[in-house]
Design a protein around this ligand. Structure first.
Ligand SMILES: [Ca+2]
Ligand SMILES: [Ca+2]
Length: 93
């Protein structure tokens, strides 16, 4: 009986540590603003994806939403689309 309780504690601690590790890794991974589709390039494809999201044609994951929020105000709006569009046209000139 005693052994079982210990084993459960041990497993619970291991699960907690694992979850903590996942959270830490996620917090540490840099967020590339503007790279909505996560392909490490900021281009028209990201713009299209963001546009589709705003038009409700496409859904974005949590990570994609973080990347799409260009002005970092916690919401994804047409302002973010404008900012991304300006950025893409600036770097392509
Ligand atoms: Ca991209
Ligand atoms: Ca925003």
């Amino acid at each position: 009986m005693e052994m079982n309780v210990r084993a459960i504690y041990l497993i619970a601690i291991m699960v907690l540590l694992f979850l903590l590790q996942v959270l830490i890794i996620e917090a540490q991974s840099p967020v590339y603003l503007g790279d909505v589709n996560c392909d490490n390039v900021i281009d028209e494809k990201d713009l299209t994806k963001l546009q589709n999201y705003l038009l409700k044609k496409e859904k974005l994951s949590r990570q994609e939403k973080l990347r799409a929020d260009m002005n970092q105000d916690g919401e994804i709006t047409v302002l973010d689309l404008l900012k991304l569009s300006k950025y893409i046209h600036y770097i392509s000139e």
